[in-house]
Design a protein around this ligand. Structure first.
Ligand code: G6P
Ligand code: ZN
Length: 543
């Protein structure tokens, strides 16, 4: 087997975002594109000689080819061992777990999360560090710098490794260890949750629909929910990962998981509905006739986590991203827990989890997780919900109603304006920024502003500061509106407007969120001039 040194040149635009490098699949398939980036990762981490890495992905188009290239480059770089999920599959949380459990030096996850897959869709690669979490900015900055000065990469000339069979083989001097992608993750879940109680729940006739959206959680959910816990066969649907996710958009929200929503709102709804995204880190929870917002889900999990054995000793603290509703804060205040407010992006939770300051965290963008791994974890959230339902013997609706009665209901909605002209979106944000000091006291659509600021975060663990993380406006009565430009949009700019208002009177907690928030929505439009700046009369997406 020859080790080749291939001459190359820097390729423009290989700057990793919050979730690694994401591009159109055809871009990744261009000559040297993948190789340049992988070699730059090796450079940024001081090479891979003697190291152990984890490798897997969500099964999207090009996942299998990319895995072979990465293995040959790891071997050429002198890596000691690469632990690969069978079929080159690993959900993002399972990869995070393997890195931690096996004491690996890091790992590469091949995924573009909830973005569609296929030769004309998206592909991505993300490097996670030894704590199992996404590489911090100093590492991704080094990767980017390396992509701009690369002159050559090294790769072994070799046959493909058979990734279909569990076991060890060699690629040059490197060991390739193919593992069952589910086994270690399932063992971790069994250690956290009362599987006997959940098994008993299903034995008593509890019904479930889990929509894996043709993505990576299919094998995990089938093995754990149907295999180990005894949910009826067929409870997990769209369970076979396909390279193009069945032509769908594997994003678990009421729009993209519409068939599940329709079922849950109809006469044949099972007791519990859930879905997860392409790489298995996001989740959606639905009760019979009732969608649970990610912000409410996080608050319910925080209030009841002690019912699961893994959290029986209580929580060290909790954390949420800034635009996520204050429902979590209400639980934290009642239970005497520290509650951290971080900028959008899972990476901001890493230090809090590593330092033992937070046990549970979550985001309005359908991510929930805990210190069991360093990624958000879709199936984990589903299992914690099931454990809580089993232990409390309540329906989702009863649990939520009781939660609101105890802590209040934070009515919440996010309005997205997609594909907005980038300059117009910037002008809207700058217009708000310029008026922050003068807004308090002024009324918009009949609501007076009490305070306004631009969110900045000082990390209490490493002292780093993140500025410009969204504009917040509070109104009389406590309602809050947040304006933020998406960091993940691909076409033009996406303006996100997050609205919330607290209702403590149980008699008024059963309303439709859009209706309950109508006054706040009108005030948001008036204060920012959304219509004037964007030319839009209504959002593209309301969740
Ligand atoms: C990714 C990150 C999440 C984050 C989300 C925000 O999914 O993993 O942690 O909440 O992006 O996306 P946005 O489009 O609002 O910037
Ligand atoms: Zn994801």
């Amino acid at each position: 087997m020859d080790r080749l040194t291939v001459t190359t040149r820097p390729i423009e635009g290989q700057k990793p975002g919050t979730s690694g490098l994401r591009k159109k699949t055809r871009v990744f398939m261009e000559p040297h594109y993948l190789e340049n980036f992988v070699q730059s990762v090796w450079s940024a981490i001081g090479g891979v000689a003697g190291k152990t890495l984890v490798l897997g992905g969500d099964g999207r188009y090009f996942n299998d080819r990319a895995a072979q290239v990465i293995l040959r480059m790891a071997a050429a770089g002198g890596a000691a061992r690469v632990i690969v999920g069978q079929g080159a599959l690993l959900s993002t949380p399972a990869a995070s777990n393997l890195i931690r459990q096996r004491g690996a030096d890091g790992g590469l996850i091949m995924s573009a999360s909830h973005n569609p897959g296929g030769i004309d869709e998206d592909f991505g690669i993300k490097y996670n560090t030894a704590n199992g979490g996404p590489a911090p900015a100093e590492v991704t900055d080094r990767i980017f710098a390396a992509t701009r000065s690369i002159e050559s990469y090294e790769i072994l000339e070799a046959q493909d490794v058979d990734l279909g069979v569990v076991g060890e083989s060699r690629l040059g001097d490197m060991v390739v260890e193919v593992v069952d992608p589910v086994a270690d993750y399932a063992a971790l879940m069994e250690g956290l949750f009362d599987f006997d109680a959940i098994r008993d729940l299903f034995a008593r006739g509890f019904t479930l629909r889990f929509d894996a959206m043709h993505a990576v959680t299919g094998p995990y959910a089938t093995a754990i929910l149907e295999g180990t816990l005894g949910a009826a066969q067929g409870s997990v649907v769209n369970a076979v990962p396909s390279p193009d996710f069945g032509g769908g958009h594997p994003d678990p929200n009421p729009i993209w998981a519409k068939p599940l929503m329709d079922l849950m709102m109809g006469p044949d709804a099972p007791d519990f509905g859930a879905a997860s995204d392409g790489d298995g880190d996001r989740n959606m929870i639905v009760g019979r006739g009732l969608y649970v917002t990610p912000s409410d889900s996080l608050a319910v999990l925080a209030a009841n986590a002690h019912l699961a054995p893994g959290y029986a000793r209580g929580l060290a603290g909790v954390a949420r991203s800034m635009p996520t509703s204050g429902a979590l804060d209400r639980v934290a205040a009642a239970r005497g827990l520290d509650c951290y407010e971080t900028p959008t992006g899972w990476k901001f939770f890493g230090n809090l989890l590593d330092a033992g300051r937070a046990t549970l965290c979550g985001e309005e963008s359908a991510g929930t997780g805990s210190d069991h791994v360093r990624e958000k974890d879709g199936l984990w959230a589903v299992l914690l919900w099931l454990n809580i339902l089993a232990a409390s013997d309540k329906s989702v609706a009863d649990l939520l109603t009781a939660h609101w009665a105890e802590f209040g209901r934070n009515y919440y909605s996010r309005h997205d304006y997609e594909g907005v002209d980038a300059a117009a979106a910037e002008a809207l944000m700058q217009g708000l920024r310029d008026r922050l000091a003068t807004l308090p006291g002024q009324a918009f659509a009949g609501l007076a502003v009490t305070a306004a600021d631009e969110f900045a975060y000082d990390d209490p663990v490493d002292g780093s500061r993140a500025e410009g993380q969204g504009i917040r406006v509070w109104f009389e009565g406590g309602a809050r509106v947040v304006f933020r430009l998406s960091g993940t949009g691909t076409v033009g700019a996406t303006l996100r407007v997050y609205m919330e208002d607290l209702e403590t009177d149980p008699a008024r907690q059963g309303r439709d969120a859009q209706e309950a928030l109508a006054g706040v929505i009108a005030a948001a439009d008036a204060v920012a001039g959304i219509g004037q700046h964007t030319g839009r009369t209504a959002p593209d997406v309301m969740t």
